[in-house]
Ligand binder design. Structure first.
Ligand SMILES: O=c1[nH]c(=O)c2[nH]c(=O)[nH]c2[nH]1
Length: 295
């Protein structure tokens, strides 16, 4: 006897752009995002009995996302996700949880002749701001905010030694290496009771995103890193210390290796150890180091 153990469905890759126009200053602010809406509830019969009477069409979810974006602020994305998800669980009695994921893409204001331009922007990197929200009937709103695809590199100030050495080990210990990673980080907020609670704390979302980026950059740049593990743990610690409403911080960091190239075969050219200047960046395999840190 088969039964549906878990089911959710919705619209993915809803692309959305919104412009806010300040008529007084003639300044525009733009937001571009990719939204995923997945709904859960009493929908099993749509799978087991072809009962579409319980199905809110994914096309309607896309329409709703645009309408909610027109009627509400889309920034900060934590607030928009909460408003959108709450709409679905309040509008449809048989829907009990909405999962709203938002990827916010960067549009950074241009500076022209030393002045911020009122309506021109550029993409200054592939870094994204993330929100993953679950709006759960009777429980509240759970939000993980985050950063992804923030590519960083330091050309010194990183070491890796005293790791396990055995018959499987070839990696030499190093006291000076290149460290590069693409930062994926998240911070999970204490559960909010509802949209009003999210609105009360609305200023925290941008401030914490700014702080988390700042902590990531500062520790990465300033610390003499003994390992990816230890450096990411310190980042988590500092974000937890900076924001009491955050319960847990997670990082996922690929270790993007840069290999030294021995060029001594070419007339004794010195290019290893302290003489290393030309390296071979590796696309794979890469290390992948993850952690979640709580209080
Ligand atoms: O910071 C590091 N952590 C590791 O676990 C590891 N493993 C490895 O080969 N290089 C590194 N670097």
């Amino acid at each position: 006897m088969a039964k549906v153990a878990a089911a959710r469905y919705g619209k993915d890759n809803i692309r959305l752009y919104k412009v806010e126009k300040d008529e007084a200053t003639k300044t525009h602010t733009v937001y571009e995002m990719t939204v995923r809406v997945l709904l859960e509830g009493d929908i099993q019969t749509s799978y087991t009995q072809a009962d579409n009477s319980v199905v809110v069409a994914t096309d309607s979810m896309k329409n709703t996302t645009y309408i909610m974006a027109k009627k509400n602020p889309v920034h900060p994305p934590e607030l928009f996700a909460s408003i959108l998800g709450t709409h679905f669980i309040e509008k449809y009695k048989h829907i009990h949880t909405a999962h709203i994921d938002i990827i916010q893409h960067r549009w950074t204001r241009m500076t022209i002749d030393g002045k911020p331009h009122p309506h021109s922007f550029y993409r200054d990197g592939e870094e994204k701001r993330l929100v993953q929200a679950q709006i759960i009937e009777g429980k509240g709103i759970e939000i993980r905010s985050g950063i992804s695809d923030l590519l960083v590199l330091k050309s010194t100030g990183s070491a890796f030694h005293h790791f396990v050495r055995d018959e499987f080990t070839t990696l030499p210990e190093v006291w000076d290496r290149i460290l590069s990673t693409s930062v994926d980080a998240g911070w999970k907020w204490s559960t909010f009771s509802g949209v009003d609670a999210v609105k009360r704390d609305v200023a925290l979302f941008d401030a914490t995103w700014v702080k988390a980026r700042e902590i990531t950059f500062k520790l990465f740049a300033l610390e003499e890193s003994p390992s990816v593990q230890n450096t990411m743990y310190k980042m988590c610690e500092q974000i937890l210390a900076a924001q009491p409403a955050v319960e847990a911080v997670d990082y996922s960091l690929p270790n993007k290796h840069y290999f030294e190239i021995d060029l001594s075969w070419h007339g004794g050219l010195k290019n290893t150890g302290k003489d290393a200047e030309v390296y071979a960046p590796q696309s794979d395999p890469n290390g992948l180091i993850k952690c979640t840190v709580t209080r």
